[in-house]
Design a protein around this ligand. Structure first.
Ligand code: ARG
Ligand code: GLU
Length: 689
């Protein structure tokens, strides 16, 4: 009996998860984590991960555009990221004759690679603690304004010095831990980045909104680009004479595959987290903001979906708009549910009670009361602001009216705005959303949190329906020809258009009434957090605090692992092509795979073709496209999502359910070969096995 029990214990220990994998760490300080990483299986050194003296993994990673990550996989600047990160560029190259979004795109030679105006990739040259230099000249007697001024001046000087003599350099000084520490980040920015390949959307977006933020997942969410440089390998504007960029470092690809328990390391640029906030902030997010915004977005999504299901043309017009509304909508559902399940508000309240007791007589005494008072003042204004952005600002006609007005003097820009707007505009959707969101605004905001214009007009019309009918009938902005005919001479008419008027009324109300209070309180809140952060570090001397995400390069390490989303359910961590075939259904848009994929599958032998996998890495928005690296430092996947039950990890990490989702690198290779017939690309890649 006892032996059996012991055996069970040993077995349990063996299959127990390797322990919480919370944290997104600064690469420059990775020496503080490397022992833990190595204990969990990593075989490389701190210098291999980040070094300013020799080529290291960080030199193979870029910030892709303004909010994704990408990684270099060849000596000739070949770059991988997500399909959803390359989406807008693929879309811009698409036309009725060449629908690259629908059919995919594969350059068959360097000459066929497509340039992308405005797309840049940023390599991190170095990062450095500059706290002392930023605070040089600081005296405790200074007011906050004086301190802020000093920080601004010193940072400016540090930035200027950092980019001196370099080509294409940009330097940022970022506050970490709410300004307890400052880091300099120096980037080299390349601006000739060309599209090399993308799968058809039925692979790259397989599962669409249905599967977004979910497991089991089978999305081939990748696209391929190439960085070009001048002959000197330095950044250059697009030119036919440019040559493929020669990286300091590129990733070796492992085809050995992943299994539960394998070490994984995501190296990329998470955008924003708030792990150290008070219970008030968590309560606001989880119990007020998220639920209310979800409800407001549900109204819009239901209306869009209704019309999209009635017409193929409308579905095409609105699929991208729908996707962007639905993405955060679904994330917030997981976040607020996760916060509730973790009882984070209660846990933080308890923590704050202990902090308060500890803080008695220290400089942190009274700090939490101050934060509480600041939130009490800010939150009604902030909620009104969020209502504004999720209601009045979502009426397409109003934002279009404003865009036209701003461009009245600039006929080309105006024509551009009009072309983009009308191409994807379906007025019945906008009209219905007008009534739905303004009704929600009217019902849920108290009278003192409504623009006077809104109240007056609504009273005068008697109903939102009557207001809508009149506004859409009278506004010039519903008519393409009339919009194109507008000139500077029509400025007055444009300003008095009912759409512009409504846009302005809301904007002015936001600007004059909400913004000042929000800005002032947020500033105070941030200041208080600077102290609270320091207080928490003193209060919990043994805890290691990683800085909140801010789109700078971070290391998150963990391991491949499934999870149990609910009672009696367990999700295995690896999905395969078999699962795609199980979901395949020509009648369901999100699950309608290309016929070629069906044919390939029918050949047989592809049942076990891996597609995606789950791991415990702590990631966030911005980590899309990040390299997923194995114990040997080789590339095994590309990160693209999290499971929705774990999206509260931006606020609180639950090792039981927080999982990131990656595309298995072998599915990308499969697509290049079998779907794109572009296996020539393998010649420039390096494989470990
Ligand atoms: N949820 C992923 C990320 O935030 C993917 C988003 C794009 N895909 C989609 N189906 N909307 O941002
Ligand atoms: N899809 C997200 C992105 O675009 C990553 C998912 C997440 O939030 O973890 O960055």
């Amino acid at each position: 009996m006892k032996r059996k029990f012991l055996l069970l214990l040993v077995l349990l220990a063996a299959i127990q998860p390797l322990k919480a994998d919370e944290g997104m760490w600064l690469p420059a300080l990775i020496s503080q984590r490397i022992a833990d990483m190595q204990a969990k299986g990593f075989k490389l050194t701190a210098e291999d991960v980040y070094s300013i003296n020799q080529a290291s993994l960080k030199d193979a990673i870029v910030l892709f555009g303004g909010g994704c990550t990408g990684e270099i996989v060849s000596n000739e600047g070949l770059l991988l990221t997500n399909h959803h990160c390359g989406y807008s560029y693929i879309q811009r190259h698409s036309s009725v004759e060449h629908d690259y979004l629908k059919d995919g795109f594969w350059a068959m030679s360097r000459k066929e690679e497509l340039p992308n105006r405005g797309l840049t990739v940023s390599f991190l040259e170095r990062m450095e603690d500059v706290t002392d230099a930023v605070l040089k000249g600081y005296k405790p007697s200074m007011t906050e304004e004086e301190r802020a001024d000093l920080v601004r001046r010193n940072s400016e000087e540090i930035r200027k010095k950092a980019v001196e003599g370099g080509k294409g350099l940009r330097a940022d000084v970022e506050a970490l831990y709410y300004g307890n520490q400052y880091f300099l980040f120096v980037y080299k920015i390349y601006r000739d980045v060309r599209l090399v390949g993308a799968p058809p959307s039925s692979i790259g977006k397989f599962g669409g909104e249905t599967d977004n933020w979910m497991w089991p997942r089978h999305t081939g969410d990748f696209s391929i680009f190439r960085i070009y440089a001048g002959k000197d390998n330095e950044p250059a504007d697009y030119s036919e004479d440019n040559v493929p960029y020669r990286p300091k470092k590129f990733f070796t690809i492992s085809r050995a595959g992943v299994k539960e328990g394998d070490f994984t390391f995501v190296y990329g640029c998470p955008g924003s987290t708030k792990e150290y906030v008070t219970s008030d902030e968590v309560q606001y997010v989880g119990e007020v903001s998220d639920p209310q915004k979800i409800a407001l977005r549900t109204l819009r999504l239901d209306i869009q979906k209704k019309y999209m299901s009635q017409s193929q043309a409308v579905r095409i017009q609105y699929s991208s708009k729908y996707a962007s509304v639905a993405n955060a909508w679904k994330k917030w559902q997981g976040e607020s549910k996760g916060i509730a399940k973790m009882k984070t508000v209660a846990a933080k309240k308890d923590y704050e009670k202990r902090f308060r007791a500890w803080a008695k007589g220290t400089r942190y005494d009274g700090l939490l009361d101050k934060l509480e008072a600041l939130y009490a003042r800010r939150n009604p204004y902030y909620l009104a602001y969020e209502y504004y952005t999720e209601t009045a600002r979502t009426i397409e006609l109003l934002t279009f009216a404003n865009a036209v007005r701003t461009n009245l003097r600039n006929p080309d820009a105006k024509a551009d705005a009009a072309a983009t707007f009308f191409k994807d505009y379906y007025q019945p959707i906008d009209e219905e959303i007008f009534v739905a969101v303004l009704d929600a605004f009217n019902k849920n905001m108290t009278d003192d949190f409504k623009p006077a214009y809104f109240k007056e007009k609504l009273a005068a019309y008697g109903s939102l329906e009557a207001w809508r009918d009149d506004l859409f009938a009278r506004s010039v902005f519903t008519d393409r020809e009339k919009v194109l005919a507008l000139t500077e001479a029509d400025a007055d008419r444009v300003a008095k258009d009912p759409a512009t008027e409504l846009y302005d009324a809301f904007y002015r109300w936001y600007y004059d009434t909400l913004r000042p209070v929000i800005n002032e309180t947020n500033q105070q809140i941030n200041l208080a957090y600077r102290d609270y952060m320091q207080g928490q570090m003193e209060f919990e001397k043994d805890k290691v605090f990683y800085p909140d995400a801010n789109l700078t390069l971070r290391v998150a390490y963990g391991h491949v692992e499934g999870y149990s989303p609910s009672d009696a359910t367990y999700f295995y961590p690896v999905s395969t092509l078999k699962g795609i075939i199980e979901k395949d259904n020509p009648d369901i848009f999100d699950y309608n795979i290309p016929q070629t994929l069906r044919d390939i599958y029918a050949e047989g032998g592809h049942d076990d073709q891996p597609v995606c996998f789950l791991a415990t890495n702590h990631t966030s928005g911005g980590n899309s496209g990040s390299p997923v690296i194995n114990a040997d430092g080789n590339l095994i996947g590309i990160n693209f999502d999290r499971v929705w039950e774990g999206t509260m990890s931006d606020i609180v990490f639950d090792p039981d359910v927080c999982r990131n989702i990656s595309i298995d690198i072998r599915y990308l290779l499969f697509n290049i070969d079998k779907i794109g017939h572009a296996s020539y690309l393998f010649d420039e890649m390096r494989f470990a096995d």
